[in-house]
Design a binder for this molecule. Structure first.
Ligand SMILES: NC(=O)c1ccc[n+]([C@@H]2O[C@H](COP(=O)([O-])OP(=O)(O)OC[C@H]3O[C@@H](n4cnc5c(N)ncnc54)[C@H](O)[C@@H]3O)[C@@H](O)[C@H]2O)c1
Length: 264
């Protein structure tokens, strides 16, 4: 989505695109609850680490990061959040997590997970400050969030500690463990998100494809959001599959909520 927006900005996008990640029924659920759960799943399957009492450092408090922070906290971990966005940082702090720069979190963490979409979020300088035995994983973007060339350059030996776990022996005698070669740990070391959350993501993709076909004439080469009524429709369908019902606005309520003549 970031790349598509950059292409639109630079005038090189050649066809209309619907960014399904912008749909509420995608990022609020797939990114938060899907990534939250499956990232913990990947870390546990790869390492069998006991999260209770451990310090888990979550880089990025976007939808994926907050999902992971919430789940790691649920396992009894003490969670530190690192951010670059001041608003997200306040949210993390008010959600009850410690907030600090990665430089300060590095010596405190037992497990580090990047979920930022950014590059070189964990650098050799951070790794130098980490504890012996620290676990590094990425659940964000490709394999660039942890500086792997930098990590390799500081290692005297790289060995397969367990499936999906590489030990990096450092010059100072410490070893850090990299999961899934720094690729998305939930996909590489677990099974990705359960179907019960991907259903909404795929519904977004299917309806977006249909919308593109049926509305191609009026769409130009830009990045669109899926129309909100379709996003709501997916939520309604999901609720029905969960056996949940909700209230409906009465006509009086709908007009009250839409009015500036009343309620002021
Ligand atoms: N593992 C998966 O299955 C899965 C699923 C969905 C999305 N993703 C990926 O996860 C990444 C995050 O997705 P999201 O929906 O949470 O995005 P988001 O935009 O909601 O959140 C990203 C957060 O990272 C922060 N950030 C950026 N650079 C940072 C840095 N250097 N240090 C600390 N924080 C930094 C941003 O301020 C932002 O709050 C994306 O790359 C996305 O493609 C992975």
């Amino acid at each position: 989505v970031i790349r598509l927006r950059a292409m639109e900005r630079d005038g090189v996008l050649r066809f209309p695109v619907i960014a399904v990640n912008d749909s509420d029924t995608k990022h609020l659920f797939d990114n938060r609850y899907g990534t939250g759960q499956s990232t913990v799943d990947g870390i546990i399957r790869a390492t069998n680490v006991l999260l209770a009492g451990k310090v888990v450092v979550v880089a990025g408090y976007g939808w994926c990061g907050r999902g992971l922070a919430m789940r790691a906290h649920g396992f009894g971990a003490r969670v530190i959040v690192t951010e670059v966005d001041p608003v997200k940082a306040i949210e993390a702090a008010m959600d009850g997590f410690a907030v600090m720069p990665m430089r300060e979190a590095a010596p405190l963490g037992d497990v580090f997970v990047t979920l930022t979409g950014d590059t070189k979020v964990i650098t050799p300088d951070h790794v130098k400050a980490m504890k012996d035995g620290a676990i590094l994983a990425n659940s964000g973007h490709f394999d660039v969030e942890i500086d792997l060339p930098g990590l390799r350059a500081m290692a005297t030996e790289v060995f397969e500690a367990r499936p999906s776990v590489q030990g990096y022996r450092l010059r100072d005698g410490k070893t850090v463990f990299l999961l899934a070669e720094g690729r998305l740990v939930n996909l590489a070391a677990a099974e990705g998100h359960p179907a019960a959350v991907m259903d909404m993501s795929f519904a977004n993709q299917a309806l977006a494809a249909e919308h593109l076909v049926t509305h191609s004439k009026e769409m130009i080469a830009k990045v669109y959001r899926l129309p909100e009524d379709l996003d709501r429709e997916i939520a309604r369908l999901k609720l029905a599959t969960m056996g949940l019902a909700i209230d409906t606005l009465t006509e009086e309520q709908a007009s009250y909520l839409a009015s500036w003549r009343e309620g002021t």
